[in-house]
Design a protein around this ligand. Sequence first.
Ligand code: NAD
Length: 366
Amino acid sequence: MLEIKDVKETKSGFEGVLSHPSFQDHEQVVFCYDKATGLKAIIAIHDTTLGPALGGTRMWNYATEAEAVNDVLRLSRGMTYKAAISGLKLGGGKAVIIGDSKSQKTPELFRKYGQFVESLGGRYITAEDVGTSTSDMVFVRESTKHVTGLPENLGGGGDPSPVTAFGVFMGMKASALEFWGNDTVKGKRVMVQGAGHVGQNLIRQLSEEGAIVYVSDINQDQVTAMVNQYGAIRVEIGAVYDQEVDIYAPCALGATLNTENIQRLQCSIVAGAANNQLAEESLHGQMLKEKGILWAPDFLINAGGLINVYSELQGYDRDSAMGQARKIYDTTLEILRKAKSENTTTIAAAKTIAEDRIAAVRAVKA
Ligand code: NAD
């Protein structure tokens, strides 16, 4: 997470939101408050050039309101890149609800939140995220049609994790092709950090293709399940970055690619589902490059979840969502080859492609 340098909380609110380092040409930032339900939310619309801004609603007990502002600005911008690089007709947006998702959720709070989303007239489309679930979106839907990520019995796509894991697998295979000249992971040693919704699906695909899977999770029961089901090798939490493996797949936390961990890494490729893997984009993108480690941009290869909710907007079809996620393979190759030919980092190459797509559409619209 970026440092909060410029947002100061005062009795009258925030100072410096527009000059905050995470504020980067955002189109609109909406503060939502409702006394009766206790709702405190912030909706950030970063860019709608390619289409309505889509991004989930995160519910988190932020230590300060400034931290919530920082998070929503950073996350919404990331969604712009994710949609653009995935070739979706969507812009980037995100929302945060300030509160404890375990104790402060009520149907009324989500209905009220839905009214705020509705007031934006479709410029922002919401969905589930950390701290919210498809069942919460059912209450949001009572107040707005601009919501996706609904349960399957309501025509939604349900759990997006299998699509996300498939996209990660495609990105990993494309990286393998670029690095070793062959896209199979058969016989490759893959360290999967986090055996949650995405990690478990990824481990299944890896083991079906004959990879040697290493797994680590703070939840030892989930590790045991992977050991028993797929013959995965258990790795202690603290030993993940020191493993002699071919591929490291971060599927738990963001920002694991920091200076200390990169120095420890012994792999050739990093390809995983976690968001914001680089602690600092340019510094750690460059460190990986200098160490000869190929990093598959997270916001591209984990876009399966976004692809899944996008499919829902058009009448959900799992096969077409999977078909769209399969394209992550080609886009990953395009980025890796561009980075190589221009002697730049993969993050820089990916961002350039996304920015060029947005600029081209903006020029047509102007
Ligand atoms: P999840 O909560 O189901 O799984 C995360 C797992 O990581 C849990 O099992 C947790 O115990 C484990 N974990 C937490 N801290 C850990 C640590 N220090 N070391 C090892 N394991 C640890 O989440 P998920 O849906 O599987 O998502 C995984 C990651 O991918 C997250 O960063 C998420 O933001 C990102 N992501 C998910 C999707 C999706 O469709 N679910 C889409 C895009 C990105």
